[in-house]
Design a protein around this ligand. Structure first.
Ligand SMILES: Cc1cc2nc3c(=O)[nH]c(=O)nc-3n(C[C@H](O)[C@H](O)[C@H](O)COP(=O)(O)O)c2cc1C
Length: 105
């Protein structure tokens, strides 16, 4: 088995400076999302939604972004799901998009 710590890639394509990003995070997201679509990233709207319950115990799972509306990101889910229960008691979440650009290899 490969040594996990040796599995490492260098990411040298761009740098990110706060002064170069849009003031509105949704506008910045739209720019990055369009870039991911143009780069042919697989499942660009799939993201890891991390929630935490009332004790702060975290859970994470992949869901699909359905849009940006009324100043928020929307996704579809079952209101009886674990994530819906956690969101009902603790509305703070984290969203992680993994956009691996295979063409840049
Ligand atoms: C690519 C992918 C997309 C998914 N999209 C959704 C989604 O949009 N909504 C959803 O509720 N679950 C989606 N799932 C399933 C969730 O990852 C998760 O297993 C399920 O919602 C139960 O999560 P929970 O028990 O933490 O609430 C998706 C899974 C994968 C692999």
């Amino acid at each position: 088995m490969n040594k996990i710590a040796d599995l490492r890639k260098e990411y040298m394509l761009h740098t990110l400076d706060e002064k170069d990003v849009h003031k509105d995070p949704f506008d910045q997201f739209r720019l990055w999302f369009d870039e991911a679509v143009r780069a042919d990233v697989p499942e660009p709207n799939a993201f890891t939604l991390s929630t935490a319950d009332s004790r702060g115990i975290p859970s994470a799972r992949v869901v699909l972004l359905k849009g940006i509306e009324q100043g928020g990101f929307s996704f579809y889910t079952n209101y009886d799901s674990a994530k819906a229960g956690e969101l009902a008691t603790n509305p703070y979440v984290s969203m992680t998009f993994l956009w691996l650009n295979w063409n840049a290899r």
